[in-house]
Write a protein that binds this ligand. Structure first.
Ligand code: ZN
Length: 459
C-alpha cells in the first residue's frame, strides 16, 4: 500500500499490520473524531473474513497463524474476488445456475411491477431477487433513493452511487444461507415500510414517519439498512473470538461483526467517492451516524435499547423535532427491520427461519469437526428449527415489537405484524410438538438411532 494513495485522499495512514489488512486513518489536518477513541478505522475491501479451514486448524490447534499460510489464503481469496467480478461483468451472476438473462425485458418488467408495490408488507423479496437476477439490493436502493429525491437533494453522482451499491451487494457472501444480500434487501424493504408509518405529530396531524425526518435521516436509514451486515462471514462473534480471528482482536471482542460491517461500509464510501463532493465535516458526520445505526443491531445490546425505548414511551417524551430522538427512532427501526422475519407472512417467514438455522448448523458442523464446543442454537441434533424460532420470537422479537407497536399505534402495519408473529409462533409450536411426538415414536423400535431425529432434548 503506498502512502501516495493516502496523501491524495487527504489522509495519513498508520499501518497497523500487514496481516490485518486494516488501515488506521487520521485526518491530515490533525482533526480526529471524538466519538471513537480519536481514530477512524477503515477496512479495505478484500479483507473478506471468509472462514478458512486451514486458518482454523492452525489457529485453534497451534495457538497462532503462520504468516505464510495467511499470505497464501489472501492470494486465493483475491483470486476468488477476481473470478466473481469477471462473472458479473459477463452477466453471469453468482449462485444462480440457469439464471435469468440480465437483459430479459419480461423479467425486468415484472421486477418493475413489483417495485410499484414495494411498500406492501407481503412483498416477496426472494421473487424480486430472482427477477432482478440477483440484483435486488442495488435495484431496490436506486428505486428508494429516487422515491425520496435523495439523488437530487444530496447531488449524488449516479455512477458513484451505482459503484458504491454494487460494491456493497457484491461484498455480501452469496454462499451464506442467511446473511447475504437478499437479507440486506429485505431489511431495507422493511425499513421503507417503517418510514411510511403514519404518525401523529402535535399540530401537524398525521404524517408519515419519513415526513417528520430530515432528508439526511432518510438517507442514513436506507444506507444503514443496506450495509448493516456487509461482508458477514456466516459465523457469529463467539466463533470469531474462540478461533482467534483477526477481526476479534482488532475490535477487542466487542461488537466485532457490527464494527466490521460499519468500517467496511466507510471503506467503500471512500473508495467509491460517493460523498467526496460534500464538506469534510458532513461526510464524517454521515460515517459516524452510520456507525451508530449499524452498531445498534448488535443483539447483545438489545436490553439497553429496549429499556431506553420503554422509558421514552412511558414518559411520552419522544420529540421528533430533536435530532437525537430521530436518530434513536432510526436505531430502533433498524433493529426491528433486522429481526422482522417472524412478522412476515408464513411462506416468507418460514424460508428465513430455515435459512438462519442452516447457517447456525453450518457453524455447529465446523465446531464439531474441529472438536470445539458447539455454540448455542448451532447443534442440528438438539436445536430444531421450531425450537430456535420459538425462543427467538419469545425473547427477541415479541418484546421489541410490543414497544414498536406502542410507538406506531394506531398503525395497521403494526397490527398485521403482531398478527403474523402470533400465528407463526403457534405454527412453530405445533410443528415442534408434532416433531417431538413422531421422534419419540420412531425411537421405540430403533433404540435411539441418530438418523434424522432432531428434536429430542428440546426443553
Ligand atoms: Zn441483519
Amino acid at each position: 500500500m503506498s502512502c501516495l494513495m493516502f496523501e491524495r485522499c487527504g489522509a495519513v495512514a498508520l499501518k497497523r499490520s500487514e496481516q490485518d489488512a486494516i488501515e488506521v486513518c487520521m485526518l491530515a489536518d490533525g482533526r480526529v473524531n471524538t466519538g471513537h477513541a480519536g481514530v477512524l478505522l477503515v477496512e479495505r475491501r478484500g479483507s473478506y473474513p471468509q472462514i478458512d479451514l486451514r486458518i482454523l486448524k492452525t489457529s485453534a490447534q497451534q495457538g497462532g497463524v503462520e504468516s505464510g499460510t495467511r499470505r497464501k489464503v489472501k492470494r486465493q481469496l483475491s483470486f476468488q474476488r477476481y473470478c466473481h467480478a469477471s462473472r458479473v461483468l459477463r452477466g453471469a451472476m453468482p449462485n444462480s445456475p440457469g439464471s435469468l438473462h440480465l437483459l430479459d425485458k419480461n423479467y425486468l418488467g415484472q421486477a418493475a411491477h413489483m417495485l410499484s408495490k414495494v411498500g406492501t408488507w407481503n412483498f416477496d423479496i426472494f421473487l424480486f431477487d430472482r427477477l432482478t437476477n440477483g440484483n435486488s439490493l442495488v435495484t431496490l436502493m436506486c428505486h428508494l433513493f429516487n422515491v425520496y429525491g435523495l439523488i437530487h437533494h444530496f447531488q449524488l453522482d449516479m455512477v458513484k452511487l451505482h459503484r458504491f451499491l454494487g460494491m456493497v451487494q457484491e461484498d455480501y457472501h452469496s454462499q451464506n444461507p442467511y446473511h447475504n444480500a437478499v437479507h440486506a434487501a429485505d431489511v431495507t424493504q422493511a425499513m421503507y415500510c417503517y418510514l411510511k408509518e403514519p404518525k401523529e405529530q402535535h399540530d401537524l396531524g398525521v404524517l408519515q414517519l419519513a415526513e417528520q425526518l430530515s432528508p439526511l435521516d432518510v438517507f442514513l436509514a436506507l444506507m444503514a439498512a443496506a450495509a448493516h451486515d456487509v461482508d458477514h462471514p456466516g459465523v457469529n462473534q463467539p466463533f470469531l473470538i474462540k478461533t482467534r480471528h483477526h477481526l476479534a482482536s482488532l475490535y477487542q471482542n466487542t461488537s466485532v461483526l457490527e464494527s466490521h460491517h460499519w468500517r467496511s461500509t466507510v471503506g467503500m464510501l471512500r473508495e467509491s467517492g460517493l460523498l467526496s463532493h460534500m464538506p469534510a465535516d458532513i461526510s464524517q458526520d454521515i460515517e459516524q451516524q452510520l456507525g451508530s445505526l449499524i452498531l445498534a443491531t448488535d443483539i447483545s445490546r438489545q436490553n439497553e435499547f429496549l429499556s431506553t425505548f420503554r422509558e421514552h414511551l412511558d414518559n411520552q417524551d419522544l420529540d421528533l423535532q430533536l435530532a437525537s430522538h430521530r436518530h434513536f427512532i432510526l436505531q430502533i427501526a433498524l433493529k426491528c427491520a433486522d429481526v422482522c422475519n417472524p412478522c412476515r407472512v408464513w411462506e416468507l417467514s418460514r424460508q428465513w427461519s430455515e435459512r438462519v438455522c442452516e447457517e447456525f448448523y453450518r457453524q455447529g458442523d465446523l465446531e464439531r469437526k474441529f472438536d470445539m464446543e458447539i455454540s448455542p442454537l448451532c447443534n442440528q441434533q438438539a436445536d430444531s428449527v421450531p425450537a430456535v424460532q420459538i425462543g427467538f420470537i419469545s425473547y427477541i422479537v415479541e418484546p421489541l415489537f410490543d414497544e414498536w407497536h406502542r410507538f406506531t399505534e394506531p398503525s395497521s402495519l403494526s397490527h398485521t405484524m403482531t398478527g403474523h408473529v402470533h400465528k407463526n409462533k403457534a405454527r412453530w409450536s405445533r410443528l415442534r410438538y408434532a416433531n417431538t411426538a413422531s421422534d419419540s415414536q420412531a425411537e421405540e423400535p430403533e433404540g435411539g438411532g441418530r438418523g434424522g431425529g432432531e428434536v429430542e432434548g428440546i426443553s
